[in-house]
Design a protein around this ligand. Structure first.
Ligand code: CA2
Length: 147
């Protein structure tokens, strides 16, 4: 089973700035750990981060033809703005779990709407990097694997 992990804008700064909000783990730490966790469930994990909306849309399209079974995505600020990302997720119709490090509902009002949520199978938020593991487990379980 192949899972695609997508991270959106500014998540490449994790662990380097704002540790009070987003913690001390870097994106490389999260990807490395999740690759191990995925392997334990018999899954291959492909990781991609971009600060560019179109690059993320392109990667979602590629997933469709590239044998990806499901998507884990932290769309970053594009969560709250990107109809293009939502249409890409809906268009490929691959099961998708939306992840946020922070509890966006406890933050500014503009973070409380997600364009992605209606086309995702579920959301996990507020648990920091653990959310990526929980999201993977939920996705693998949804796909009928040993999540
Ligand atoms: O909580 C999350 O995971 C978010 O997706 C993070 C986004 C934010 O726009 C969403 O509302 C919620 C921001 C990611 C920015 O990450 C940074 C990390 C370190 C330093 C600065 C930004």
């Amino acid at each position: 089973m192949k899972i695609l992990l997508l991270n959106g804008p500014n998540l490449n700064l994790l662990g380097q700035r704002e540790p009070g909000v987003y913690g001390r783990e870097t994106l490389a730490d999260i990807e490395k750990n999740l690759t191990k966790v995925a392997a334990r469930s018999g899954c291959e994990l492909e990781c991609f981060q971009s600060n560019h909306e179109g690059a993320l849309v392109d990667r979602i399209h590629q997933a469709f033809s590239g044998g990806v079974n499901g998507i884990l995505i932290n769309p970053g600020a594009f969560t709250h703005s990107s109809i293009a990302l939502r249409d890409a997720v809906a268009g490929v119709a691959l099961p998708t779990v939306e992840i946020h490090l922070s509890n966006v509902h406890a933050r500014e009002e503009f973070r409380q709407h997600s364009y992605i949520a209606p086309v995702a199978i579920g959301q996990i938020l507020g648990f920091g990097p653990l959310g990526y593991e929980l999201g993977l487990k939920a996705l693998v379980h949804h796909l009928g694997g040993a999540g």
